[in-house]
Ligand binder design. Structure first.
Ligand SMILES: [Fe+2]
Length: 112
């Protein structure tokens, strides 16, 4: 799965391998911004995981979505300004949690 930015600045998830998009792939954790405000914080308790992003949720600067990637399944929760960027999901080994900031792009945290 890849996250790409289109020429019109829309962001798309590619669910299959597609050729000739490497220059549009958004690299996670690559923007010069505060890691602690963008990388999803993942807390495991028993079989559940809480994913939260400690980021402002202002009109012009907020977390647009959080996605949990299990490899064979993705769960995405969308947010708007004023929401709390948080979701609870089942734990699975190797899962990844992504967040997307409208100004600072894609961030990821991988559970071991
Ligand atoms: Fe941000």
């Amino acid at each position: 799965m890849k996250v790409v930015k289109c020429n019109n600045n829309n962001v798309m998830l590619l669910l299959k391998e597609v050729e000739n998009v490497d220059d549009k792939v958004i690299k996670s954790n690559s923007v010069d911004a505060a890691f602690e405000k963008h990388v999803p914080v993942v807390e495991k308790k028993d079989t559940k995981v809480t994913v939260v992003v400690n980021h402002v949720m202002e009109e012009d600067h907020y977390i647009e979505w959080i996605m949990v990637d299990y490899g064979d399944m993705q769960i995405i929760k969308h947010f708007k300004p004023g929401d709390e960027p948080k979701m609870e999901v089942d734990y699975r080994e190797g899962m990844k949690a992504y967040s997307y900031c409208n100004k600072h792009g894609l961030w990821v945290n991988e559970l071991k």
